[in-house]
Write a protein that binds this ligand. Structure first.
Ligand SMILES: [Zn+2]
Ligand SMILES: [Zn+2]
Length: 371
């Protein structure tokens, strides 16, 4: 046990130094500055090409969500990744080893794979695990109390992505890190995927709407940059000239726009899809939620949880009972932890707050005299 404890403590100690270094030494590998750059880019897009033209700038709760961004993405999420996850992964691996004699870490066939393949598989696995965790956050009444924070957004904008209860960092990061760490992917290796997921999450929540051809071209262009510069173990070009590099990137943009373009909104999540996830009114046969995807949309289409009935530009957002939900950071982050407040039902005695299922099925709401 002391072994795990030391791993935990060392993770934290090392990580505070890492965070400080990340802020004081700007570099291409700095989470802090990437968060600022990506956020500033989406802020400009929302000003220049807004989807909901009447939405104010800054929108409702913009500053609250900006605080959440730095708290959740930079401070909390990375610390949990680094510290708790090491412990979880070692406990998990050692547990399997002692029960079955199988060392999952040592068996990993990806140890000799090129980095691009590891990152691609890592991204798919991570997104798939996150999709299931997100479903669980909606399915479980206990976890839904925490997840309500994210769904308390009333006006959608890029920063809303990172408005979520700190407990979600613990749940997501710990669970998703087990397969990743067993695959041999560390936080540093995962940098590209992590920033890509951050940018795509900003896009899903942003007050913009763009065509699949444009997002396809952007994805193509990013792949083109990796190929042209022989990054992440891609060795297609040998000492290319600048012209060859530019042609490669241009070609990849064209391929992305024309081949991926028509399918982009089925492959990747989008503002037009994710806005429905935040819908106040859910279809009667899908009370546990719709469109759970984070970066990718394919899981929702594969498992039949996709729901985009029409352009949801200005639908009402939130959940039933929102008017009683705290609107400040402290109140929201204590939600789910402290005892649920009691309310008085119309004409009835003091009762606890009804759960989501009880609101949906009024038959189950306790009535006067019922225990
Ligand atoms: Zn959700
Ligand atoms: Zn969301």
């Amino acid at each position: 046990m002391e072994h795990y404890f030391n791993l935990f403590i060392n993770g934290y100690k090392g990580y505070f130094n890492y965070l400080w270094n990340d802020i004081t030494n700007p570099s291409w590998h700095s989470y802090f500055y990437w968060l600022i750059i990506v956020s500033a880019a989406f802020f400009v897009l929302e000003v220049v090409i807004p989807w909901r033209k009447k939405q104010s700038i800054p929108r409702k709760d913009f500053w609250l969500d900006t605080f959440y961004m730095f708290f959740n993405f930079f401070l909390f999420s990375l610390i949990i990744y680094n510290a708790a996850s090491d412990v979880v992964v070692n406990l998990f691996n050692d547990g399997i080893l002692s029960m079955t004699g199988i060392n999952l870490k040592a068996l990993n066939p990806m140890q000799t794979w090129p980095l691009w393949a590891i990152l691609l598989i890592g991204m798919l696995v991570r997104d798939f695990v996150q999709w299931w965790i997100h479903r669980l956050l909606h399915k479980s009444d206990f976890l839904w109390e925490f997840h309500k924070v994210h769904h308390s957004v009333e006006e959608m904008g890029f920063a809303a992505q990172l408005r979520y209860h700190w407990m979600e960092n613990v749940v997501y990061r710990s669970l998703e890190y087990i397969p990743l760490a067993l695959m041999g992917i560390g936080l540093y290796d995962f940098f590209i995927i992590h920033i890509f997921a951050l940018a795509w999450g900003h896009y899903n929540h942003a007050n913009i709407t763009v065509s699949g051809r444009l997002t396809g071209g952007i994805v193509g262009g990013l792949i083109g940059i990796l190929i042209a510069n022989s990054l992440v173990d891609i060795t297609l070009l040998n000492n290319p000239t600048l012209i060859t590099q530019l042609l490669t990137i241009g070609g990849c943009i064209a391929i992305g726009a024309f081949l991926l373009g028509p399918f982009m909104k089925m492959i990747f999540n989008s503002p037009e899809m994710h806005i429905w996830h935040h819908s106040y009114h859910l279809p009667s046969d899908r009370r546990d939620g719709i469109n759970f995807g984070l970066t990718l949309a394919i899981w929702d289409y594969l498992f039949d949880t996709a729901y985009v009935p029409h352009n949801g530009r200005a639908i009402k957002l939130g959940f039933q009972g929102m008017d009683q939900f705290p609107s400040d950071f402290i109140g929201q982050n204590l939600n789910g932890i402290r005892k649920k407040p009691e309310i008085v039902f119309k004409g009835g005695p003091k009762k606890r707050l009804p759960t989501r299922k009880e609101i949906d099925n009024p038959v189950h709401i306790p009535v006067e005299g019922e225990e």
